[in-house]
Design a protein around this ligand. Structure first.
Ligand SMILES: [Fe+2]
Length: 288
C-alpha cells in the first residue's frame, strides 16, 4: 500500500542501475507501492505503478543521473542532488551495487553519518581500538539549500581507502541533501587537495525495508575496480548487520527517545530536519 506521507512522495528516488535496464520488466516497490520499470520500445526508461487490480498506472517521472534511474510517486519540489565531482572527467565512477536491508532507510542514513561505530563495526578498516573517540565537529541545517551538513569531521582510521594500508586521521565532510540520500566527502589520500565523493542512494521500499547503492567518484587511478568494490562491499555488509538490529526498527524523531552524546550531533541535526519537514515514512510516527 502506498504511503500517505506527501513529503516522502514528493521526492526523487534511485530505483535501479541505469546500465542494467533492458526491455524485460522488473518489479520492485517504492514507499509501499508496487512499481515496475523497463526500457520501452524506443529505448527510453519507463516506470509505472502497478495498481491494486493489476493494471498499470500512468508513466511516472524518470531521470537518469549518477548511473542510476530515478523516479518519483509525487511532485518533487527539489531536483536530484547536484554532485559537482560527477562532472570532473578524471574521476573513477564506481557504482557499488545494491544491498537490501531489513531496516528503515532513515536508519541507514543515520548509520552512514555515525563515526563512533567505526572501530567496533569496521574493526581494523575504518577504525581501531584504542582510537575510539570522535573528535568534535560542526553540524548544521543549511537553510539556503535545505540540507544537513557535518563539517570538520576527523577520525583515526587504520586503512582509510582502498589505496592505503597505514593509519592516519581522515578528514571527512557529510552532506544530507534529501531524507534518503547521504553523501561523504573524504580528503583524497593520493591527492590531498581534492575530495573523494561518495553518495548513498536509498530506495525506501517499505517502512522497515530498503535497498541502497553507494556510488563513488574517486580520484584514484591505481586501485582495480574489483578491489574498490570489495572494500565498499565489506564495509556495507558490516553496516547491514548493525542497522538491521537497531530497535526500534523505525527512526524515532522525538528528541528524548534515545540519549545522544556529543558525537551524535549530526544525527540530532538530521532528526530535527526530518521532523521540521514532517516526514513520517520510516519513522516511529508511521507512514500510513
Ligand atoms: Fe559503517
Amino acid at each position: 500500500m502506498k504511503t500517505t506521507d506527501q513529503v516522502a512522495l514528493d521526492d526523487w528516488y534511485a530505483i535501479a542501475t541505469a546500465s542494467e535496464l533492458t526491455s524485460r520488466t522488473v518489479r520492485t516497490r517504492l514507499l509501499g507501492q508496487d512499481i515496475e520499470y523497463m526500457l520501452s520500445e524506443g529505448g527510453s526508461p519507463l516506470v509505472r505503478e502497478i495498481l491494486d487490480d493489476g493494471r498499470h498506472g500512468p508513466a511516472l517521472p524518470v531521470k537518469e543521473r549518477y548511473g542510476c534511474l530515478f523516479t518519483s510517486l509525487g511532485t518533487p519540489r527539489k531536483d536530484i542532488v547536484h554532485i559537482e565531482e560527477a562532472e570532473e572527467e578524471d574521476r573513477r565512477f564506481v557504482p557499488c551495487g545494491w544491498v537490501t536491508m531489513r531496516a528503515s532507510g532513515l536508519r541507514v542514513v543515520e548509520n552512514f553519518l555515525d563515526m563512533a561505530h567505526f572501530p567496533f563495526v569496521h574493526t581494523d578498516i575504518l577504525g581501531s581500538e584504542p582510537h575510539t573517540e570522535v573528535p568534535g565537529y560542526q553540524s548544521e541545517i543549511r537553510r539556503d539549500v535545505d540540507e544537513v551538513w557535518a563539517t570538520n569531521c576527523t577520525f583515526f582510521q587504520p586503512r582509510i581507502a582502498a589505496t592505503e594500508d597505514k593509519g592516519d586521521f581522515v578528514h571527512l565532510t557529510y552532506r544530507v541533501p534529501s531524507p534518503f540520500v547521504v553523501m561523504l566527502y573524504r580528503v583524497c589520500p593520493t591527492s590531498p587537495n581534492r575530495l573523494d565523493a561518495i553518495a548513498l542512494f536509498i530506495q525506501p521500499m517499505e517502512e522497515g525495508l530498503c535497498r541502497a547503492q553507494p556510488v563513488m567518484y574517486l580520484v584514484d587511478q591505481t586501485s582495480t575496480h574489483k578491489s574498490l568494490l570489495n572494500f565498499e562491499q565489506v564495509i556495507f555488509l558490516q553496516d547491514r548487520i548493525i542497522v538491521e538490529n537497531q530497535r526500534p526498527l523505525l527512526l524515532p524523531l522525538e528528541p528524548r527517545a534515545e540519549i545522544p552524546t556529543r558525537a551524535d550531533s549530526s544525527s540530532i541535526a538530521y532528526r530535527r530536519w526530518l521532523k521540521e519537514k514532517g516526514i513520517r515514512f520510516g519513522t516511529t510516527a508511521g507512514g500510513y
